[in-house]
Design a binder for this molecule. Structure first.
Ligand code: NAP
Length: 354
């Protein structure tokens, strides 16, 4: 923003719905100047300069064009998780310089400068105490995706020492935290991902025991490779992706295994989700495998426990938080599209302003 006229503020709008069965493209988004950027604040309002914005896979579902309360609107500003600094306040609870973050509220407009009413502001957390280096992680692995991994693993995965855990999307925002929690709980951890760089990251940086690529493999090739790394079967499968990758893992599930379904990103551009093959269904039933979807918001009452634990693990060096950072509001559409092209390692965030 430094080289631009300070009165000119940009935002990103959705130009048209993507629809089911299609991949997002750059022309689905438009970066434009905001009209009337600096109106006077009303009593109770605050003005913030956005520091970081998050791009997340769930946003794809809001761009389908289906009528639902969470759908984005064509021609309107996109919103998601974000954090920023108060630059002007007419609210006694906030002063200039305060830093606010979404954690789990997903209504921060994709805009360089935003105005929040008193009620909107109360949905955000003041994080003045957090070290500067962690601010962007509060919308990532120390925010919603981190909490997703925390509750999905601990509550649904229920890891025990000596068990074997497989994590698909293992180098991503949720997956890399899920795998590290498994490691902290004494599991053997196998991460699945798409590129050599990500495999290396999972083993060297995150401390996973093994990393396997699914790229250019058939389901049976992936199954064989998994079997060689998990000769005693799989106890927990943290599923981020669905499709043939998950089918290969599910065939290896042990008796009383647990499969927290976090997401199925491989299915997000399909007209309809591929059904689970009958023989896998039967295998899971025969072995009493608990395979269920969960939502991070199921654990709303325990969010502060999750934040504190994740932050402490990160601060104490027991857990690595990592992000792929893009620069400037004009790169939000690319950062979002890149999620589906497997470009990010850790959490994808966009830096809007220092
Ligand atoms: P992420 O893993 O950081 O980023 C997306 C990654 O997905 C890509 O880098 C890529 O990693 C993988 N991917 C993309 N297209 C794929 C495909 N066709 N097949 C296989 N893998 C593909 O994203 P995240 O935010 O952590 O989200 C991970 C999953 O959790 C998503 O399914 C998301 O919807 C879900 N989620 C659920 C909740 C909940 O409350 N249940 C909350 C947050 C997120 P690779 O290179 O490893 O393939």
């Amino acid at each position: 923003m430094s080289n631009r006229n300070k009165k000119s503020i940009r935002e990103v709008v959705l130009t048209h719905y993507i629809g089911k069965g299609n991949e997002p493209t750059l022309d689905c988004f438009r970066v434009q100047d905001v009209r009337e950027p600096f109106r006077e604040l009303r009593e109770g309002e605050i003005r913030l300069k956005t520091k970081y914005l998050s791009v997340d896979p769930y946003m794809r579902g809001r761009m389908n064009g289906e009528k639902s309360f969470s759908s984005f609107e064509e021609g309107r500003t996109i919103c998601g998780a974000g954090c920023g600094k108060v630059i002007e306040s007419r609210n006694k609870d906030y002063k200039k310089g305060d830093i606010l973050t979404s954690h789990t509220d997903l209504c921060w407009p994709w805009r360089e400068v935003v105005i929040f009413s008193a009620e909107q502001a109360s949905n955000y957390f003041k994080i003045n105490e957090i070290p500067e280096g962690y601010v962007s992680h509060t919308i990532g692995q120390l925010g919603m995706p981190g909490l997703t991994a925390y509750f999905g693993m601990l509550d649904r995965g229920a890891p025990k020492e000596g068990e074997t855990l497989v994590v698909s999307g293992g180098a991503g925002a949720c997956g890399s935290i899920a795998g590290q929690i498994g490691r902290l709980k004494g599991c053997k951890v196998i991460g699945i991902s798409s590129s050599e760089k990500k495999l290396d990251h999972m083993v060297r940086c995150l401390g996973f025991d093994y990393a396997i690529s699914y790229k250019d493999k058939t389901e049976s090739q992936l199954y064989e490779e998994l079997q060689s790394k998990a000769p005693n079967g799989v106890d927990i499968y943290f599923d981020n992706v669905g499709g043939f990758i998950s089918n290969a893992v599910l065939r290896l599930m042990n008796k009383n295994g647990r499969v927290p379904i976090c997401g199925q990103i491989s299915q997000y551009h399909k007209e309809a989700v591929e059904p689970l093959p009958q023989d896998i269904e039967q295998h899971l039933k025969n072995n009493n495998v608990d395979r269920r979807w969960f939502m991070v918001y199921d654990y709303k009452d325990r969010f502060s426990e999750g934040y504190n634990q994740l932050y402490n693990w990160a601060k104490n060096g027991q857990m690595r938080v990592h992000q792929t950072e893009y620069e400037g509001i004009e790169n939000l559409p690319k950062a979002f599209i890149d999620l589906f092209q497997c470009k990010n390692i850790g959490k994808a965030v966009v830096r809007i302003d220092e």
